[in-house]
Design a protein. Structure first.
Length: 367
């Protein structure tokens, strides 16, 4: 178990920082509105901000902003939003330069097999090119590869997939999960993409005006009304986890089991027996007190209403439904009209059926 704790205090850029957190070995997302202090926190952890008081403890090695020390001595690798590739070096030379610079870092983590990273990111054909010969997406992949080449005990990635298409995002998400699980290196990601966060995050930190206001699972955050403004009402969602049980390659579908209910996903995802997360928008959920016996809706799950919230000044209500009846239940958010709620006479503790069309699943949020 690696230990990593951070404390940041002081005034900077019109914000009063009071941030304290102890990271685990998983993947954490730093979330907040523009100007909330996310990048400043990253700069403080990595040693680039000297104006705030910061104390970083990485496996018993302490780095204090008040004590002068070389930034590159910290066992941290950081990918910033701007690529910062050296223009006079080829892609291969940029990566080798990062490997050379990282030799000064004292880490307990093993270095990644960079050839495997290059292969996974499919950038072999770019190795002899210069940065100005690459597209924005290619530069971002190279920048990520260079960051992962740096030997470290903590990886920080600031918007690492902002310029990537869906296919490459999926590749990067899978690679980061594999690295985290195999090498047990904590990863901190800054992202505004709900799809990316839904798939990769084990935990989420919400920042507001330089302060941590919430820490927990993404599925819990989605269910809290006070954070609706971060995602938006139309992005209100649930994250459910299932296990792949079957595939039909001819029809290009994947079947998963979620709390003993079969759910059909469009596309070919992972392998049978592997876990997968799906994001379901609350507005795409249909509710009924009776089982729909026709074949119009592919996916039907049963659950118990645990909470009903009528929105003030709107036509909508939101239900929280506990799916399943065993200990491993999961919570699903459904957004319906108040009219429908009254018409169906839905009350707390009622047993109801929820339906979701397969076309409603966010394919960007399934890997």
């Amino acid at each position: 178990m690696k230990s990593l704790s951070v404390e940041i205090h002081g005034e900077f850029s019109k914000l009063s920082f009071d941030f304290k957190h102890e990271f685990d070995n998983g993947i954490t997302t730093l979330l907040g509105h523009i100007g909330s202090g996310k990048s400043t926190i990253v700069n403080s952890i990595s040693g680039f901000n000297k104006e705030l008081k910061s104390l970083v403890n990485i496996n018993g090695s302490f780095f204090n902003s008040l004590i002068s020390a070389k930034t590159n001595a910290r066992p941290i690798s950081v990918m910033f939003q701007d690529t910062r590739l050296l223009p006079h070096l080829t892609v291969k030379e940029n990566i080798l330069f990062a490997l050379k610079k990282s030799k000064v870092k004292k880490t307990i983590s093993k270095g990644l097999n960079i050839e495997n990273v290059i292969e996974a990111l499919n950038i072999n054909h770019l190795l002899n090119k210069f940065p100005d010969q690459l597209s924005g997406g290619q530069q971002q992949l190279v920048n990520l590869c260079r960051t992962l080449a740096i030997k470290s005990d903590f990886i920080i990635l600031d918007e690492p997939m902002s310029s990537l298409d869906i296919k490459n995002k999926s590749v990067v998400l899978s690679l980061l999960k594999q690295i985290n699980q195999h090498y047990k290196i904590p990863i901190l990601i800054i992202s505004h993409s709900v799809e990316e966060i839904a798939q990769i995050s084990d935990k989420v930190i919400i920042i507001e005006k330089g302060k941590k206001i919430y820490y927990g699972n993404l599925s819990q955050i989605f269910l809290k009304k006070e954070f609706t403004n971060i995602f938006g009402k139309f992005e209100s969602s649930s994250i459910l986890e299932g296990v792949i049980c079957d595939k039909n390659l001819f029809l290009n579908i994947t079947k998963i089991m979620i709390n003993d209910f079969e759910v059909i996903l469009p596309g070919d995802f992972k392998k049978i027996g592997e876990k997968v997360r799906v994001r379901i928008r609350a507005r795409d959920v249909l509710v009924s007190k009776k089982l729909n016996s026709n074949n119009i809706i592919e996916n039907q799950l049963m659950g118990t209403v645990t909470e009903i919230t009528d929105e003030e000044g709107t036509a909508f209500s939101e239900l929280i439904v506990r799916i399943g009846e065993n200990r491993n239940t999961q919570l699903l958010l459904a957004r319906i009209t108040k009219y429908q709620s009254k018409k169906l006479k839905i009350d707390k503790n009622d047993k109801i059926y929820v339906s979701v069309k397969s076309t409603s699943f966010d394919r960007q949020a399934i890997i």
